[in-house]
Design a binder for this molecule. Sequence first.
Ligand code: LLP
Length: 398
Amino acid sequence: MDAIARRAGTPCYIYSAAGILSRYRAYDEAFGAAPHQVFFAVKANSNLAVLALLAKAGAGFDIVSGGELFRVLKAGGDPAKVVFSGVGKTAPEVEYALESGIRGFNCESEAELSLIDSLAARQGKKARAALRVNPDVDAETHPYISTGLRENKFGIAMEEVEAVYGRARRFQNLILDGVSCHIGSQLLNSSPLVEALDRVLELVERLRAAGTAIGHLDLGGGLGVPYEPGDEAPSIGAYIERICERVKDRGLELMVEPGRSLVAESGLLVTRVLYRKSNGTKEFIIVDAAMNDLVRPSLYEAYHEILPVKRDPRRGTAKVDVVGPVCESGDFLALDREVANLLPGDLMALATAGAYGFVMASNYNSRPRAVEVLVEGASWRVVRTRETLDDLIRGESV
Ligand code: LLP
């Protein structure tokens, strides 16, 4: 990390190819011979090199925008293994997806089905679709990343969904042969996911009884990862085996859309200490990464472990706020945290930053976005260069 930071500069995201691939394989292999497909939720980390790595390993992709589809195609992803989720797909995005020949759409309203049907007709195609049902299960996670409750904007309510499947028979250009759901993210307990699965399986049986042929069930993403000491996340293998057990012999292809659990633990944000200061009661470590680089602490009060790049036990520890240069009191990476007593010039790593890290970065305070690096075996390479000042004003005029 020291060598990478010296050459690539800081702040710097560093990803491990081996880490990402081992988690993808843990998913894929746990399904065994059961019909399945793992779709990486591109929103978690959309760097082209990361997508290319997963595409080569056989992953499909869950996208939520035309931009994500563009990235997947640029990375060599197979459009036939792409599902398009999201509540607000626009007509141009749907057209682009149909032209690209994606596998299907996870739809969230009747109006959306109608739009896809008419655009598919115009292209002389049949679009495959699933309805995203809202199973009304509490994911027991942060309210901003919980999506499976009735009050959330996502999905179609369980009471209404069968009628929607019924009415959807009128859409001549849709093959509505699936059910999908996604109840939330960062679940440290897989039981709500299994409860959602059970509700959706009952729905599948009711739909089949009513004459709708359902061939696949997409359970979404959501499996959590340990961020804080003491966090215990379900193992990928155990979770998949648990859900496969319930789905087997039902003639259903099982699909999952993991994001975080594939990439979070395989990424670090490395930052350099700029200053130390104290205001009498509080001690601050000011670093060169900020909320624009990693917004999770500010936005969700998320915890990212802070590690010294060089361990020196003689230095001891200090209780500090780790803050960045952005002009907001909400700009912090950690509050009241006992961390290694780092001094200006030292490197610090924020752990578990491979998911929802760089992808949520912004240019706030006109800060160029960080460099991204991929480590593969003993070598590493820059997979996105640090933005320049010219990048900051691209497209603008006086
Ligand atoms: N599928 C759908 C339809 C989703 O909405 C999401 C995430 C996923 C799959 C992937 O979920 P995962 O396996 O990563 O939990 N920015 C937040 C997380 C937002 C998640 C949104 N949807 C964070 O930093 O915690």
